[in-house]
Write a protein that binds this ligand. Structure first.
Ligand code: FAD
Ligand code: DHB
Length: 390
């Protein structure tokens, strides 16, 4: 089989790129190692920045997001028993974010791919890129006993942090930067009315907590837990009790609890691999970089990679201009590092670090006091949270 662009990974990054390129007449295939049901069962991002929403519309996938997603103009930070609001609209020059689940937008992307007759292969096993440093790269994968070869002009590795693409680049060609945090987030999804119409990020001496939502009947909550905790250790009751302890009394009193419909622990990590290109292989999204989820940047950073790569490939195929693909890594990384900085800052501001000094506690309190006493500081938070320009 021969296509122009072979995309490894059928998460939001891979599907979005394939959809955008297809709409421009560029032939792609998406190779996904899992089943569609499995991909759609992973509960992850919930907050989309304006630029991501625009890209969904450009990909002709924005209809349901615009109908069912919620526009949020602000969020709260709970600390010292009180709630302070960050006015995103006021401090970002009128911008906002969209609350719409990654599961739903991935479903929309799959449906759009189906509608256009896009090639998406599920349960593609042993996906392997070959000869990526040559001008004739190809990818092989296996279904059952059959090994299939896909010849292509370019390979895009959009296969997440644990994927094969980044690992296929020789170690001496890649530099990796990493920080692993000594805690994770225990997340619960429940069919209950959210405790607050806007998100609440809570800093508490027992650890961080987040009250988020997917809709007015579906809530998503998180509490910071040690890495040694296992999901099985946490009954629903224990989760709700711990969440309540970390919220201001008035909020805790209003929390509606119910059975969890999903419960999982996500470790927190910051990671960047540079450069994001090796020969004819481009890395995009979580395959190249990870942020701790605190600032809701992960999926949004993937979107900017896809935007740069899409335009670069478009210029290559339509105008014979390689400036975009040649500058992809540098351009993408400039924005990625800003998302890294912001996610690290918000994580440091709100979490309880096990090895902290009393000096660190004082700085954390001072940072929060400064934030809510300074319009400049709130403007900086707001412009990063709604998303820096692509
Ligand atoms: P993935 O979603 O990881 O997709 C990669 C795909 O490749 C997967 O389907 C995988 O099965 C497939 N794959 C892997 N290996 C192979 C292989 N060898 N061969 C073929 N296919 C393969 N981000 C935000 O912007 N906002 C948020 O609010 C937010 N909240 C989050 C909350 C949590 C708890 C977590 C864990 C993450 C959150 N994120 C958030 C981050 C966001 O979910 C990720 O950044 C996003 O999923 C990245 O998309 P991707 O397509 O690059 O990678
Ligand atoms: C969600 C996750 C985040 O990391 C975040 O900052 C906001 C919301 C969520 O899953 O709803």
């Amino acid at each position: 089989m021969k296509v122009q662009v072979c995309i490894i990974g059928g998460g939001p990054s891979g599907l979005m790129l394939s959809q955008l390129l297809h709409l421009q007449g560029i032939d792609t295939i998406v190779l996904e190692k899992s089943s569609r049901d499995y991909v759609l069962s992973r509960i992850r991002a919930g907050v989309l920045e304006h630029g991501f929403a625009e890209l969904m519309r450009e990909a002709q996938c924005g209809e349901r997001m615009d109908r069912e997603g919620e526009i949020h103009h602000g969020f709260y930070i709970a600390h010292d028993g009180k709630l302070d609001r960050v006015d995103l609209h006021k401090y970002s020059g009128g911008s906002s974010v969209v609350v719409y689940g990654q599961t739903e937008l991935t479903r929309d992307l799959y449906e759009a791919r189906d509608k256009l007759g896009g090639k998406v292969v599920h349960n593609a096993l042993d996906v392997t890129p070959h000869d990526v440093a040559s001008d004739k790269p190809y990818v092989t994968y296996r279904t059952g006993e059959e090994v299939i070869r896909v010849d292509c002009d370019y390979i895009v590795g959009a296969d997440g942090f644990h994927g094969v693409s980044r690992k296929s680049i020789p170690q001496d060609k890649l530099q990796e930067f990493e920080r692993v945090y000594p805690f994770g987030w225990l997340g619960v999804l429940s069919r209950t009315k959210p405790v607050s119409p806007e998100l609440i990020y809570a800093k508490h001496e027992r650890g961080f907590a987040l009250c988020s939502l997917r809709s007015q009947v579906l809530s998503r909550y998180y509490v910071q837990v040690p890495l040694t905790d296992k999901v099985e250790d946490w009954s629903d009751d224990a989760f709700w009790e711990e969440l309540k302890r970390r919220l201001p009394e008035k909020v805790a009193a209003e929390l509606i609890t119910g059975p969890s419909i999903e419960k999982s622990i996500a470790p927190l990590r910051s990671f960047v691999a540079e450069p994001m290109r090796y020969g004819r292989l481009f890395l995009a999204g979580d395959a190249a970089h990870i942020v701790p989820p605190t600032g809701a940047r992960g999926l949004n950073s993937a979107a900017s990679d896809i935007y740069y790569l899409y335009h670069g490939l478009l210029d290559h195929y339509k105008k014979g201009d390689d400036t975009g693909i040649d500058g992809y890594s540098q351009r993408a990384l400039a924005r990625i590092w800003k998302a890294q900085r912001f996610s690290w800052w918000m994580t440091t501001l709100l979490h309880r670090f096990p090895d902290r000094l009393s000096y660190d506690d004082k700085l954390q309190d001072t940072e929060l006091a400064y934030l809510f006493s300074s319009e400049a500081a709130q403007r900086s938070l707001a412009e990063n949270y709604v998303g820096l320009p692509f």
